[in-house]
Design a protein around this ligand. Sequence first.
Ligand code: PBG
Length: 332
Amino acid sequence: MGFPVVRPRRLRSSETMRRLVRETVLRVDDLLYPVFVMPGRGVSRPVASMPGVANVSVDVLLRELEEVAALGIPGILLFGLPSAKDEYGGEAYSEDGIVQQAVRSVKEHYPGLLVVTDVCLCEYTSHGHCGVVRNGTVDNDASVPLIARTAVSHAAAGADMVAPSDMMDGRVGAVRAALDGAGFAQVPVMAYAAKYASAFYGPFREAADSAPQFGDRRGYQMDPANADEALREVWQDLEEGADIVMVKPALAYLDVVWRVKQETGHPVAAYNVSGEYAAVKAAAAKGWLDERRTVMEILTGIKRAGADIIITYHAREAARWLREGQGGAGLC
Ligand code: PBG
């Protein structure tokens, strides 16, 4: 049976009809909002390549979180810019590090807001790599204990979940064991499981001041051409105890998001990264894209591909639009 009996347009005739048959509905509950915290008081330093994003001191962050919490966004993903960097990223696992301070303050003021911490050394090392450098390369096994130590220090400060993003082999197992050994068996791990060596991280490296000072990250992050390998990374992280697995970036890797969800059935996060955000903002500023419709289409697409959690710098504006009740594709 086909046309003229079958007429798909019948179910597209009005917004109410479209709502009735809509398959994917983006919710505020799906979103995590990344934030960048730095030392100081009253500081808000805009990130030029990411309009709407700023490096902020803890007091300013607390003020901004009022709206985030009021909008019902479940949580934040916290990144830190330390006051000093060194070869071993010592500020990453210092009890008084910027992230540890921020976690304590945020949990004190917003106990109901989930605080997820990015666990990596790249913002804290003088060379900008995600681990310890020896003989010109990132030494996997020397880096893993420092990553684990960072995760424990975040949990000790009160983090609700830790998210290792370094892509060292074996770090999820090491983080899990260290958390368990320190009395944090209840703190889940969201592993950046399939993290690609991507050009889309460009603006983030300005935001987090974490560009590698020599070479690049292709020796530890994944080759964009590989998807089977992503599944192996994901399974390995799950076997090591990951509770949530992440695919990053999102848009050029929606096939990977789909496969990870279909093949594992585990909770999947997708990171709508800085370059994806910057591209939309730049085109919208020029009037070349309708920002709201573009953002909602992108986030709905990431969800449709299988993401249970979407990490996005658009979280605040998306949550506002969803609250206005015209989210999803309903705007078109
Ligand atoms: C740290 C880290 C990066 C991002 C998240 N955690 C940068 C990188 O690996 O270079 C990227 C986030 C974004 O681009 O929005 N390792």
